[in-house]
Design a protein around this ligand. Structure first.
Ligand code: FAD
Length: 497
């Protein structure tokens, strides 16, 4: 690739991805590089992306962000998981929480094997009885306190979040240039990007370009023609309408994901409003029907007009090509069912910082970056595909297709091993933990035929006592928690937007 020293970093795009990248790069590498961010007010941002996962907290620590200030500035609420409604069958509900099932022990088999053993012996209740975050979420409760171990994420206002990150990044040294990129210049021999030329004629030169231009993928695709691997055969939704509504009650610490005949609908409670949207496959539902369904099903008065967003599920063949690294929607997209997109931006920018090509963009660094990114997004693809495929719904052609579709071999293996022996695992780079796989596999209605025999080594009365004590502890701890809304009002009141 190129021996050219990397000093000038140009970020194209100022959505969540652009400002996340800018804030992280300047915080970590500020004195070593010059950062310019180009964004176009005329084009605007996608304006969605309001539900996160707990890794956001580590990322904020990396940036030295004060949680209360961040939550006030972005009208954020706490999130303990996702409530899946109508997924396995119409009327079903389960919560995929950020908590652990049971508690860690020295046994070589995970907790759910002991719970399955208890069930086989006729006691044990529901697995959800043994997860603190799940029970707290279901009760609409939340607190942070010394000695209280609680795993959580945030719901936030996407526009305010980009603004908040910008307010960190600009004073720290990021130069912002407003304007529409009209042309991208490349080196005649290497094809490396050399400059962005704006409609105003301004030229922004750089050594490394970070493509955060959203679905347009102006640099990585329109310029470098990197290629895109389409995963529509596994994840068939391709459209969404988003609308904001007035809150109708206290904010709950859960995203709601409510399945319908051709996709699902989200509900994300913020402090000042609620974010809603409908996700659907246009082969099975018309835009008019989706829009009408969304407006019919939402609670609360709409504050905005429903906005249509089209997308294609899949991943860029390389996210680092020549001297261009794509982040966010420019790098690929998996629909928002498990709120993983902003997480992927954050891991990618962390990885870029860790392997920053000061001495030039070399093939080896790009190859490793690409391989890790690919493995990561494929793991997420499998996890989301699981929600669609493992269903008993047969009430519409959409669900018939999901139930009977071909799935990736990697997911087929997971299903087979869980179905047989309740075996679930988290490999090195996998985002989702065993706890998550188990909650969703069981929640979607898969009952394992067997479980680890090791669980039989626990004396039945000890097992009954251990489960009873665990449940009582969790019930007691949840009973002592304040309502999520009350905690928010004390911890980070944002006032009106
Ligand atoms: P964008 O927000 O589209 O920003 C693109 C930027 O590029 C803008 O600033 C634009 O002005 C600029 N730009 C483009 N072209 C030009 C040009 N020619 N010249 C100058 N500037 C240009 N993620 C989650 O983690 N959780 C969720 O709950 C979630 N929900 C989602 C729901 C839906 C329906 C969709 C589609 C996505 C969702 N996402 C979610 C993904 C999330 O929205 C994105 O990952 C995140 O917003 C980052 O977007 P972005 O910055 O890559 O793109």
């Amino acid at each position: 690739m190129s021996e050219q020293v990397v000093k000038r970093v140009v970020i194209a795009g100022g959505g969540t991805a652009g400002w996340v990248a800018a804030a992280a790069l300047v915080k970590q590498l500020g004195p070593l590089i010059d950062i310019t961010l180009v964004e176009s007010d005329e084009i605007g941002t996608v304006g969605v992306g309001e539900s996160t996962i707990p890794t956001s907290r580590n990322f904020h620590q990396l940036l030295g962000i004060d949680e209360q200030a961040f939550m006030r500035a972005t009208q954020a609420t706490f999130k303990l998981g996702i409530s899946f409604e109508n997924w396995g069958r119409i009327g079903d509900r389960y919560i995929h929480s950020f908590g652990e099932n049971g508690k860690r022990s020295t046994w070589m088999a995970e907790f759910h094997h002991f719970w399955l053993e208890a069930r086989a012996q006729g006691f044990g209740g529901s697995l959800s009885d043994y997860c603190f975050e799940l029970q707290a979420a279901d009760a609409g409760k939340f607190a942070k306190a010394d000695g209280l171990d609680i795993n959580y994420a945030y719901h936030l206002d996407a526009t305010l979040y980009a603004r908040f990150l910008r307010a960190l990044a600009e004073p720290a040294g990021v130069k912002r240039v407003e304007g529409k990129i009209a042309r991208v210049e490349q080196h005649a021999e290497t094809g490396f990007i050399t400059a962005l030329v704006l409609e105003s004629g301004v030229r922004v030169e750089g050594d490394l370009f970070v493509d955060c231009t959203g679905f347009r993928a102006l640099l990585i695709e329109q310029t470098l023609e990197t290629g895109f691997e389409d995963w529509t055969r596994y994840l068939g939704t391709n459209s969404a309408f988003a609308v904001q509504t007035r809150s109708t009650g206290p904010a709950i610490p859960l995203t709601r994901a409510i399945a319908h005949e051709a996709g699902w609908r989200w509900r994300i409670p913020l402090q000042h409003r609620v974010g809603n949207g409908i996700v659907y496959c246009s082969d099975f539902m018309s835009d008019e029907d989706a829009r009408a369904k969304l407006l019919n099903d939402i609670e609360g008065e709409p504050l905005t007009e429903p906005r249509l967003i089209r997308y294609r599920t899949g991943a860029r063949r390389k996210v680092w090509n020549k001297n261009c690294v794509a982040l966010g929607l420019a790098s690929g997209f998996i629909e928002p069912l498990e709120s993983t997109s902003i997480h992927l931006v954050k891991v990618a920018v962390t990885r870029l910082i860790q392997s920053f090509p000061f001495g030039g963009c070399h093939e080896a660094a790009a190859d490793r970056f690409n391989a890790q990114s690919r493995q990561e997004i494929e793991g997420i693809r499998d996890f989301i595909t699981l929600h669609y495929h493992l269903t008993q719904r047969d009430d519409s052609p959409f669900w018939d297709r999901c139930r009977t579709m071909e799935i990736p071999d990697s997911l087929a293996q997971r299903l087979a091993l869980f179905r047989g022996d309740a075996h679930a695992w988290q490999d090195g780079i996998d985002l989702f933990r065993v706890d998550s796989w188990v909650q969703v596999l069981l929640g979607q209605g898969l009952a394992p035929e067997s479980h680890h025999r090791l669980a039989k080594m626990m004396n039945p009365s000890e097992l009954r006592q251990a489960l009873g004590a665990l449940k009582a502890n969790i019930d007691g701890a949840v009973a002592r928690l304040p309502a999520h809304q009350d905690f928010l009002a004390r911890y980070c009141p944002a006032g009106d937007a």
